[in-house]
Design a protein around this ligand. Structure first.
Ligand code: PSV
Ligand code: MN
Ligand code: MN
Length: 395
């Protein structure tokens, strides 16, 4: 296999989310899955299994307080013994009763202070877990016109984010996620990439934008947002998933394989860019999955997700860049499009099987998982834990 291609595939990383291994689901009903992880230790065991079979998922994101423990050093060792590390820390300021009208944008200063206190406590957790990224998503927003002062809310958000930014240790980052709507339905305080970007620019270099594929209006060109943020040096990370209607959190690359390919096409190009800022930004992007599998076997669903990202990236690496640039410069619209489609239509499964063989991994991770009996073992050992009803989800 081409050496450069092999190296790029070996360097790919996908972080899996702790909340994807527990009983988590939709707004309406969370179905109990046999063997679903019951605590953070079992979630880490499952994440380690995904990494063992895929070789490119060596870290697991934590959600605090869902994954809160009294001894993070112990948790870190527990993960290391299983061959994984603790990844992004995701603070949760959307489930307490106090946050009914928001967290960092709440009209009451005391609630804002409580929320910022939790975010700062999570910065402390990061230092214990060895995490580089604090991944921030806020449910803040309003349901009715006139419910609150939109400009005041923006200022409250800015102040809180700046406070957290300034508490971040050197070398760490805060990833600011945006979302068009839900749970607020009239206005969301961090409603799109522009709002997140404006806050990041204002508060400092450690703040970058996180793109969640499920958080846009229908037909928004996400790869263009990606290209723009890469070029500005402000793309920090991804939450991969697939959507059809809203924030569906389905398996990445199922409803959106071409979108996923186009996103990776931008990233693969930026990784080789001659511009230093773009190249270093691209090489530090945190790739994470943010899904909650409700009807699927969870570990297998996660392997499936990681493999889908790997296939999209492999296709992006196969784009004939010289041919593409020549067509673009000649204004040859259809040749440029065909160049991209040639890569997209390539069946990369044999190539990836070869890469896995050379990397000492099972050629077909899903088949290997099915044959391993892992699912049956955890179902026996853990049983079927009772799951909750509707929202709150993903716990
Ligand atoms: C919100 O929809 C979100 O995508 C955020 O990333 C959260 O951290 C994650 O889901 C888990 O609730
Ligand atoms: Mn997300
Ligand atoms: Mn989401």
């Amino acid at each position: 296999m081409n050496q450069e291609l092999f190296q790029a595939l070996s360097a790919q990383r996908i972080e899996t989310p702790s909340w994807g291994y527990g009983n988590s689901g939709t707004r309406f009903k969370t179905f109990s899955a046999p063997g679903a992880a019951r605590d953070v230790f079992e979630k880490i065991e499952d994440a380690a299994e995904v990494h063992r079979l895929t070789g490119i998922a060596p870290s697991v994101a934590l959600h605090i307080p869902w994954d809160e423990v009294s001894d993070y050093a112990h948790l870190r060792r527990f993960a290391a013994e299983r061959g994984v590390t603790l990844g992004a820390i995701n603070p949760n300021v959307f489930q307490d009763d106090a946050y009914k009208l928001g967290s960092i944008a709440h009209p009451d200063e005391r609630v804002r202070a409580e929320a910022v206190g939790h975010l700062l406590a999570c910065v402390d957790v990061m230092t214990q877990t060895g995490s580089r990224d604090l991944s921030l998503w806020f449910a803040d927003g309003t349901n009715y016109a006139g419910q609150d002062d939109l400009r005041a809310r923006k200022r409250r958000v800015r102040q809180a984010l700046a406070q957290v930014h300034d508490a971040l240790p050197e070398g760490s980052r805060m990833l600011v996620e945006y979302k068009l709507f839900e749970p607020a339905f009239y206005a969301t305080d961090l409603f799109d990439w522009g709002a997140a970007y404006a806050h990041c620019l204002a508060i400092g270099d450690k703040a970058q934008v996180l793109v969640d594929l499920g958080h846009h209006a229908q037909s928004v060109n996400i790869e263009q947002i990606v290209a723009f943020l890469l070029d500005e040096g402000r793309l920090g990370g991804f939450h991969f998933n697939a959507r059809r209607y809203a924030d569906d959190d389905l398996i990445v690359g199922t409803t959106n394989p071409f979108e996923l390919f186009c996103i990776y096409a931008e990233l693969a190009a930026a990784e080789q860019a001659s511009d230093d800022l773009t190249r270093t930004t691209a090489r530090q992007v945190a790739y994470m999955i943010d899904q909650s599998h409700n009807i699927e076997p969870k570990v297998e669903a996660m392997i499936h997700s990681v493999v889908n990202c790997q296939e999209a990236y492999a296709k992006a690496l196969l784009i004939d860049r010289e041919r593409l640039t020549a067509a673009q410069q000649q204004g040859d619209v259809l040749e440029a499009q065909r160049t991209l489609m040639d890569a997209f239509r390539t069946d990369v499964r044999p190539l990836l099987a070869e890469w896995r063989r050379e990397s000492g991994l099972p050629e077909d991770p899903i088949q290997a998982h099915r044959a391993s009996g892992y699912q049956q073992t955890i179902a026996r050992a853990r049983g079927t834990a009772a799951a909750g009803g509707g929202f709150p989800v993903k716990s």
